[in-house]
Design a protein around this ligand. Structure first.
Ligand code: ZN
Length: 311
């Protein structure tokens, strides 16, 4: 299947920083090795044009990000050292999510091997997130008349405060976040539906809560597209997460989200979000399993198969 990445757009990081820069090239190699995508099906996204970001983010904050004029406090909140390469990479990540959203509208489900930068709000960039790729992509789909009503299912272990900030008052968007109750961010912006899970929550309780949340969401809205943040950080070995899901539990999570949404006729754009395992290969395992689940559910392209129109 087609995938998008920005793995070669690296940026300077101090030694032993927790941001998993090497996850992205390893994931690209892994999905090819596993036969999920051919090498020539993995596209390197260009930087998204600034007007796509200007539609959803505060102009003054964008100017400070573009020009390297974030305050010390803002840069500390971001958790990454500013550089032109960092900004370039973040724009490519947004473009990947937008391309995957277009592909999801065509093929039922699609995935960006990046994105999920859910801590970026209208006028703040924090928690490793410069721009909110999901909300920027949705803005572009709306501007081009491709979709209006959207659902965000955020299964990263951290609460989706930036997405909630951007879409909270939006009558055509419904935001769901399932996260560790005691995880970052400690000052929350409420989603339409927040599920706070106790530390140590394992597979059965997590999947039950997720199933209930999907039921509520699909009763409360009729989305044309859903964005699914398939964070790897609810895994039991994650350094930043406080939940205790197994890899099998995370696969079951992916299948539950994809099957419930596709079964309801909703297109699904999947993005990576976080993952901070001690051994980066564990995060790559989890992300690759998500990609395999998406690949197994894509329909044929128009004119190339019998499954067209059955999503
Ligand atoms: Zn996270």
């Amino acid at each position: 299947m087609k995938l998008w990445t920005h793995d070669r757009a690296r940026f300077p990081l101090p030694a032993r920083h927790r941001f998993p820069l090497d996850k992205y090239p390893l994931l690209r190699a892994r999905v090819v090795a596993d036969g999920i995508a051919r090498a020539d099906e993995i596209h390197e996204s260009d930087p998204v044009p600034w007007p796509v970001l200007e539609r959803v983010h505060d102009a003054a904050v964008l100017a400070r990000i573009r020009d390297g004029e974030l305050s010390v406090r803002e840069e500390r909140g971001l958790g990454l050292p500013w550089s032109p390469a960092l900004v370039d990479r973040a724009r490519r990540s947004v473009a990947g999510t937008l391309a995957a959203a277009h592909e999801a509208l065509e093929r039922g489900a699609a995935m960006n091997l990046g994105g999920g930068t859910h801590h970026a709000g209208h006028a703040f960039a924090r928690g490793y997130c410069l721009f909110n790729d999901v909300v920027a992509a949705l803005g572009e789909l709306r501007a081009t008349g491709l979709a209006e009503r959207a659902l965000v299912i955020d299964c990263d272990v951290h609460q989706g405060d930036g997405t909630a900030d951007l879409l909270g008052a939006d009558p055509h968007a419904f935001t769901v976040s399932l996260h560790g109750a005691r995880n970052y961010p400690f000052q929350r912006v409420p989603s339409d539906l927040d599920i706070d899970l106790p530390s140590g929550t394992g597979d059965p309780d997590y999947l039950e809560a997720l199933s209930g949340a999907l039921d509520v969401a699909l009763r409360r809205c009729t989305p044309e597209i859903a964005f699914y943040l398939a964070g790897a950080d609810p895994w039991e070995g994650d350094r930043l997460g406080r939940l205790a899901l197994t890899k099998a539990g995370l696969r079951a999570r992916d299948e539950l989200v994809l099957d419930r949404l596709l079964g309801a006729g909703v297109r699904v754009c999947v993005v990576l979000a976080g993952g901070y395992a001690e051994d980066i290969r564990d995060t790559v395992d989890i992300n690759a399993a998500t990609a395999a689940a998406v690949a197994a559910r894509q329909t044929a392209q128009p004119g190339r198969g019998s499954a067209v129109g059955t999503v």
